[in-house]
Design a protein around this ligand. Structure first.
Ligand SMILES: [Zn+2]
Length: 407
């Protein structure tokens, strides 16, 4: 039996209390100490002590509020967002993206580097270290401190050890301890996660699922992945990874998928699958006023479908039905409050969402699906916002906060 001991030692209680106070200031600021005390149910003396520490570290600041009724100015507190910055990394199959955001999630800097065709993790590691050192060095600012590094990868990460277990494009002989090595080398707290799971978290912090306890995000890009948020947390499970909706079979006689099986959702609805299918249709003599053999990328296909182009509309509807079938299974299992679709394909939202909705209604439990909105993601900077969300989580759950307060 695997037991899950939770030991409430003094340091842990301190960390939790600081986190509760910081979270209230972050989400509800400007807020007074009295309000914090009331909402957190912490004693006023504890709130005073915690806010003193947070003020001393510069993580929060005092602002003067309007005259209160008694004529005295009340002092409220807000989170400091400009004085701290986060370094964000997206390690893709062919590119590495480095970016910087301040704590308001404002993108301050971004660079995309081509990744040489390395076959081994240690080669990529050396490349990353070298370029990251330059990136951090050139972006140092006297008045703004780097507080953490966030990394997302298109693979599986063991959440307890932060090691990468699996990447689709690279054979790992053993779990890759990239994040811990980066943390050590750059002396910054480093958080790592699966790209789509992290995006679902970002959607929950900054996007359209902010108001939900439970939500499901389906990301359609080069591949197809999903992130499930349950009770405000990304659902990962003991085995660290849940939500591979892209590898549910929708076509038993379909194409071979990267995972080795055939006819996975990904082989039908990923951007390249849609583009390939359109290419085939055009080659077979289907005609379109808006598309040609030279110009039929995903954006052009979406635009054409928005103009009621017959072949584009037909294809997007087919894609919507396949997505809807897989989402219907997920709705029956998780019954999310909201389903979010992220990716270029949402540009064909009118046609796509109608097809998904229709299929959902035919395949999922009506009482579940009736009240579940289907929405398009509106997040900016999808490539790096997930990495930022991992850092934000560290602030809100207290783990990063505690490190900042004690260093
Ligand atoms: Zn597959």
């Amino acid at each position: 039996m695997r037991e899950n001991h939770q030991i409430a030692n003094v340091d842990f209680v301190k960390q939790m209390n600081s986190a509760v106070v910081y979270k209230l200031i972050d989400q509800q600021g400007p807020i007074s100490r009295i309000q914090i005390s009331e909402l957190s149910q912490l004693a006023p003396a504890s709130v005073t002590k915690i806010t003193r520490n947070l003020l001393a570290r510069g993580l929060i600041k005092e602002v003067e509020q309007q005259e209160s009724t008694g004529g005295r100015r009340a002092t409220s507190i807000v989170a400091e967002r400009k004085a701290f910055r986060a370094v964000l990394i997206r390690l893709g199959r062919k590119h590495v993206t480095f970016a910087i955001m301040d704590l308001s999630a404002k993108l301050l800097q971004k660079e995309v580097l081509d990744l040489p065709n390395y076959q081994r993790a240690d080669e990529i590691e050396r490349f990353l270290f070298e370029h990251l050192a330059v990136f951090i060095q050139t972006n140092q600012k006297r008045k703004s401190e780097f507080i953490a590094i966030g990394i997302t990868v298109p693979g599986f990460v063991e959440s307890k050890t932060n090691r990468i277990q699996y990447l689709p494009h690279l054979t790992l002989e053993e779990p890759w301890d990239l994040a811990n090595k980066i943390a050590e080398r750059f002396n910054l707290a480093t958080f790592i996660g699966h790209d789509v799971r992290s995006l679902a978290l970002a959607e929950h912090y900054f996007g359209v699922t902010k108001d939900c306890y439970d939500s499901l995000l389906l990301r359609i890009h080069r591949g197809v992945g999903a992130g499930i948020v349950i009770n405000h947390e990304v659902f990962l499970g003991y085995k660290n990874n849940v939500g591979e909706l892209g590898h549910i079979q929708v076509d038993p006689l379909g194409k071979r998928c990267l995972c080795g099986n055939v006819g996975c959702l990904e082989t039908v609805v990923s951007n390249s699958a849609i583009e390939d299918k359109m290419q085939k249709l055009l080659e077979d003599g289907y005609t379109s006023k808006w598309l040609s053999l030279e110009s039929h990328d995903i954006e052009a296909i979406c635009k054409a479908s928005n103009k009621q182009d017959a072949v584009a509309t037909e294809l997007i509807e087919h894609v919507g039905v396949q997505i809807g079938r897989v989402l219907a299974m997920s709705v029956n299992m998780f019954n999310p409050e909201k389903i979010v679709i992220s990716g270029e394909i949402t540009q064909a939202k009118n046609v796509l969402f109608a097809a998904i909705r229709r299929t959902l209604e035919n395949h999922a439990l009506p009482t579940f699906v009736k009240t579940t909105p289907l929405v398009a993601s509106e997040l900016q900077n999808e490539d790096v916002i997930g990495a930022f969300a991992l850092i934000k989580r560290g602030l809100l759950d207290g783990s990063l906060l505690q490190r900042l307060l004690t260093e």
